[in-house]
Design a protein around this ligand. Structure first.
Ligand code: GUN
Length: 283
């Protein structure tokens, strides 16, 4: 019998802890502000940004939204980021991705001051994570670790297979699992004989961005399956990278989509905003 990993419950727990600390900071006259930039009107990005705003309200973090039109130039966006870098009232900055094609994402990410980079996308912060010297960790991978910790799922010595090698999920996920003394393999869409790896995995983290890509025959009996994917099926219904209905009965633990990793990313974003605020105020 599998156990469902409830990302809503864990994210609410984390946000309640963040709220307590934000309230305590407020009593010392310190407030925490997150600036969120969104360029254009991608509907998925709009949903994510609204969810981030709602989480700020729930935790007592002040959110400032900068909604810029699709035709905003790279120079204009970089100028706004510079302004926010210099703004003492702003503790954290994030620029919702993807950006319109005429804007160089990497340039934008690295323009955000590392001290305010709550997404942990900048080269400096990615490097700090890899050497284990960091104050904030990438939101989605850290959210996965928080979920596994909350349920007491051991990682030390375990065979963990990540499917997906993105800078946002796959690569930083490997770093955090290594830190937990797991044995880590990063597979991806072009891995030969992917099942060879996944069938031997104690933990599978699916972050490949393909709907229901992980099927029951790829999963070992008793495995822990974490689904980071957010896709839409042919009927427009949200679904993950895992064929949940057929995989679940082989698992000891599995995350649903929605309600698994999604809420955790935002909870960790709140945690990161709190952490940078404390650091900037020497708390
Ligand atoms: N687009 C998809 N996920 C994310 C995220 O975690 N942060 C930002 N800034 N953009 C995203």
């Amino acid at each position: 019998m599998y156990r469902l990993i409830d990302g809503k419950e864990v994210s609410n727990y984390i946000k309640s802890k963040v709220r307590e600390e934000i309230t305590a900071l407020g009593e010392k006259g310190i407030k925490s502000t997150l600036a969120v930039i969104i360029v254009g009107d991608d509907p998925a990005s709009r949903v994510y940004v609204n969810n981030k705003k709602r989480a700020c309200e729930a935790t007592g973090i002040v959110s400032r939204e900068y909604a810029l039109p699709e035709e905003t130039s790279e120079a204009e966006l970089l100028a706004l980021i510079n302004e926010l870098n210099d703004d003492k009232e702003v503790n954290g900055i994030l620029c919702q991705l993807p950006l319109p094609r005429h804007i160089d994402e990497k340039k934008v990410i690295d323009a955000i001051s590392p001290e305010k980079d709550v997404d942990v996308f900048s080269e400096i912060n990615v490097g700090k994570m890899w050497v284990g010297d960091y104050d904030v960790a990438s939101c989605t991978p850290k959210g996965v670790i928080e979920l596994l910790d909350y349920y007491g799922i051991p990682l030390e010595g375990k065979n963990c297979v990540i499917i997906g090698r993105s800078n946002i999920v796959g690569k930083p996920m490997a770093s955090l699992l290594l830190e937990k003394n797991a044995t880590v393999t990063i597979c991806h869409s072009r891995t030969d004989d992917l099942s060879f790896f996944t069938r031997n995995a104690d933990v599978i983290v699916a972050a490949v961005g393909r709907k229901r890509f992980v099927t029951a025959d790829m999963v070992k009996e008793g495995a822990v399956v974490v689904d980071v994917g957010i896709n839409r099926d042919d009927n427009g219904k949200l679904c993950g990278d895992v064929d949940f209905e057929n995989v679940k009965d082989k698992c000891s633990y599995i995350t649903p989509v929605p309600g698994g990793c999604g809420p955790m990313t935002i909870a960790v974003l709140m945690k990161n905003t709190l952490a940078v605020t404390k650091k900037q105020n020497n708390v």
